[in-house]
Structures are given as C-alpha cells and as structure tokens.
Design a protein around this ligand. Structure first.
Ligand code: EPZ
Length: 420
C-alpha cells in the first residue's frame, strides 16, 4: 500500500504536460474489438484502468502490446469467437460494460458480468440495454451478468435516451456501426470523448454524423478496419491542475490542452477572477491576484463536469463567503466532504447540494481517498492546508492520473509517494 504526504505548497510555477484522456482511451480500446486488422493508439496514458482494459481485451481474444514509454498501444483481434467477459475483470472497472456493444456488433453475442458497487452511485445500465433492445438484440439479465444475442443482423432504429448517458451513447454508437440500416440516437451525450470515439470509428470505415451534438446518426456498414489514432488530451486531468493553480494563487502553463473542451471550467474560473489564456497547444492559468468564490452546478457536457466537482469544491472551502455546489449527475458524489471537514472545511450537505462557508485556512490531517476524483481533490486541499496532509487509498488516484505527484513536483509542489 502507498500514501501521499503533502505539505503546504504556495506559489507553484513552471509547466506540466497533460496525458491522453482516460475516458476516451478506454472506449477506443473497446472499439478496437470491431476492427479487422491492427489498431495503433497513440497517447495512451499508463494508468491502472488502461491495464485492466488490456487484460479484458486479451481475455476476449485480442493480442495487445503496450509501450508505456512511447505511450503507444497496438492491438489486433486474433480470436473473434470469445463472447464472455468475466466478473474477475469487469469487477475491477465499471467501464468494462462498453465492450458489450462491440462484441454484439462483431460477434452477435455478448455475456458481460455486471460490475459490483461503486462509491459514487448505483451506475445502472438500463439505457445501454434499452438501446440494444431497440437494435433487435435479445437481452437477459441473470446470475450476475447480462447477455445479449441476436440472429443475422442488428437492425438500425431510432433510440431516445432518457438521460444523455456517456456510456450508453458510446455502447449504442459502437453497436450501430455494423447494424443493417440507419440508427438515430436522440438526447445523446455530447462529451468530447464521444466525438473522439466517433472520429476513431469513422477512420475505421463507420458512417457517423452528429457526434458532439444531441442527435447522432449512424448508417451501418459491412466491416471496419484497424487504423492509427491519437487520443485527445485529458480535460479532467487538465482541469485538476488548473484548479491547483487557482487554489495556490499561482501562475502555471499547462501543455497538451484543448481549451474548447474546458469551456465550462474556464468560464467559472474567469468568473472567480482567475486569468486563463489559451496558447498554441495549452493554456496559462494566472491566479496571482487570488480569486473569489462562485456557485457551480454539475451538468452533462457542455455543462460543468461532475468529474471536477470535488476539485472545485476545495477551491471554495478557503475563499470568503457562502457558496453552493450542486451535483446533478451522480447520487453519492459528496463522500469526500467528510474528509475535507476533518481538515477544517465548513460544508453542509443538503441532498444534492453542498453549502460551503469559506474558512481562513484548512489544517493538514490524515485523510483517505474515497474515489478517483475525490482523491485528487484531497491533494489540492493538502497543497493549501497548514502542516502535513497524508492521503491513503491512493490506488483510486492512480486509476485516473498519470504520476500526479511527479507532475505536481515539477511545478514546485511538496508532495511525495510513501510506501506504508
Ligand atoms: C462516464 O461514466 C465517465 N466514465 C465518468 O467518469 C463520468 O463521471 C460520467 O461519464 C459523466 O460524465 C468513463 O467515461 C469511463 P453516465 P458513465 O452513463 O458513462 C445514469 C471518472 O472519474 N445512468 O453518463 O458511467 C447514471 O446513474 C468517471 O473518470 C442511468 O441512469 O456515466 C448517472 O447518474 C466517474 N442509466 C448518470 O446517468 C444508464 O443506463 C451519468 O452516467 C446509464 C447511466
């Protein structure tokens, strides 16, 4: 086991580079199951979740080679007859459910063990299954897994998503690429990761229009071929470091950022008085003059991302005034608040809203990472708390942030990884 030990770290400076997006690369790796021939994926971050997906692809008959130095992953389907994804693997990462769409499309059957519980919410998959049924798949849930099967072909259809679910949009989009006829996904998720997936599938030969909008149209084709693709930068990792600059009242350059993917956060930071200046391939965040508090509500893209909710909350704990954080995406994404309150934060939870009363400073304490993004928020808290903060259960953080302590050390933060 390991922990992070964080000391007060005012005045960060310098630059750091953002890695490829976790929530894009996992889906693109799943989409490689659709391809005949080799896929070469660039900017693949060396994350725990990437290694889980590598194990899953191998268990499904793919040959996978990952070069962590080059951040390049090469994968080729060698056996397209395997249709069962085991509980041992799907339980290690909820996103495993997105192999179901590609397996159905290419192998006409998929049997995926249902993942276990998750700290931030129930994470149902009803919208994924509604989409598959609308495409003519016979879907059954039983004995802890979900099985989809059909004869001949999936048939394109109109699908309306009750909620713009990212995973459901991705799963249905991938399934529809090889269906007979045209599929329309209405109320689709519009996250940049959807657009990146559609770009990969289009290169493979899929016929897709409207990705990145609320209506996506797919015309089925006969086959898809392996291609090379570079994953988009991780907007959540970038946003986390932007907030690190704000909370420490620093000025840093963040490299490998697509500013338009971060409009919701940039807008809120500017409202708070932070200066954000897009550059050639990144952006400068300047909070030397400090910042004031603002309210946020998480929403589907292009609203404020739920994956930056915890990090932004930390910003509000140490600025004057009373501010509100509303979480509308997940039903249990305030668990980390108890850890922040142990550091002296003044927060009151009322259902899906948190009222934050700014305090003069946080106090270092021993805290634990309750989930991936909350863990990164506790690091941010440690950067501004007086004294030492020790964060345990940091494997959560390693799932989604490449060498977070090295990147922060590179801009002057006093953080180290310690074995316990
Ligand atoms: C993706 O999860 C991301 N994960 C999440 O990032 C992110 O927080 C989330 O999208 C929202 O942006 C990956 O891309 C691997 P959803 P996903 O389906 O696809 C409800 C991180 O930290 N819902 O958009 O699971 C669901 O309960 C992770 O990187 C249904 O009701 O998100 C939730 O309340 C955390 N039925 C809401 O929709 C369904 O069939 C959003 O879920 C599916 C979802």
């Amino acid at each position: 086991m390991e922990k992070f030990v964080v000391e007060t770290s005012p005045n960060l400076e310098g630059s750091l580079r953002v890695s490829g997006a976790k929530n894009s690369v996992l889906i693109i790796m799943a989409a490689s199951l659709l391809a005949e021939g080799e896929c070469v994926i660039e900017d693949v971050p060396d994350l725990l979740d990437v290694h889980v997906m590598i194990d899953l692809l191998r268990s499904l008959g793919s040959e996978v080679n990952y070069d962590a130095q080059k951040e390049q992953l090469r994968t080729r389907v060698m056996d397209a007859t395997i249709t069962d994804a085991s509980y041992e693997l799907t339980n290690r990462m909820r996103a495993s459910i997105v192999v179901m769409g590609p397996l159905l499309a290419r192998r006409k059957r998929a049997n995926v063990a249902l993942p276990g519980g998750c700290p931030i919410g129930a994470r149902p998959i009803d919208l994924h299954l509604k989409g598959f049924r609308r495409l003519g798949v016979n879907v059954e849930i039983g004995h802890g897994s979900v099985e989809g099967v059909f004869e001949d072909h999936m048939i394109g259809n109109n699908i309306y998503l009750d909620f713009p679910s990212v995973g459901a949009t991705e799963n249905i989009l991938m399934a529809a690429t090889l269906a007979k006829g045209t599929t329309t996904i209405e109320n689709a998720a519009q996250e940049p990761e959807i657009t990146d997936l559609a770009s990969f599938l289009t290169k493979m030969g899929a016929k897709i229009s409207g990705a990145g909008t609320s209506t996506i149209r797919i015309t089925g084709v006969e086959r898809l071929v392996g291609v090379r693709h570079q994953v988009i930068p991780d907007r959540i990792e970038a946003g986390t470091y932007m907030i690190a600059a704000a909370i420490t009242k620093s000025k840093i350059f963040i490299d490998n950022v697509v500013p338009t993917h971060l409009r919701p956060l940039i807008s809120k930071l500017e409202e708070a008085g932070v200066i954000v200046t897009p550059q050639a391939n990144g952006l400068v965040v300047d909070a030397l003059e400090g910042y004031t508090g603002v309210d946020i509500t998480t929403l589907p893209y292009p609203g404020f991302p739920t994956d930056l909710q915890a990090q932004f909350m930390v910003m509000l704990t140490v600025c004057e005034g009373l501010h509100t954080v509303r979480e509308t995406i997940f039903e249990n994404r305030f668990m980390y608040v108890n850890e922040l309150m142990r550091m002296g934060a003044k927060i009151r939870i009322d259902g899906s809203s948190a009222m934050v009363k700014g305090v003069s400073h946080l106090e270092g304490a021993q805290v634990r990472s309750t989930d991936l993004r909350a863990g990164s928020a506790l690091i941010l808290a440690g950067l501004v708390a007086t004294g030492t903060t020790e964060i345990s259960e940091i494997y959560h953080i390693d799932r989604g942030f490449v060498s977070i302590e090295k990147k922060l050390q590179g801009i002057g933060a006093n953080i180290r990884r310690v074995s316990i």
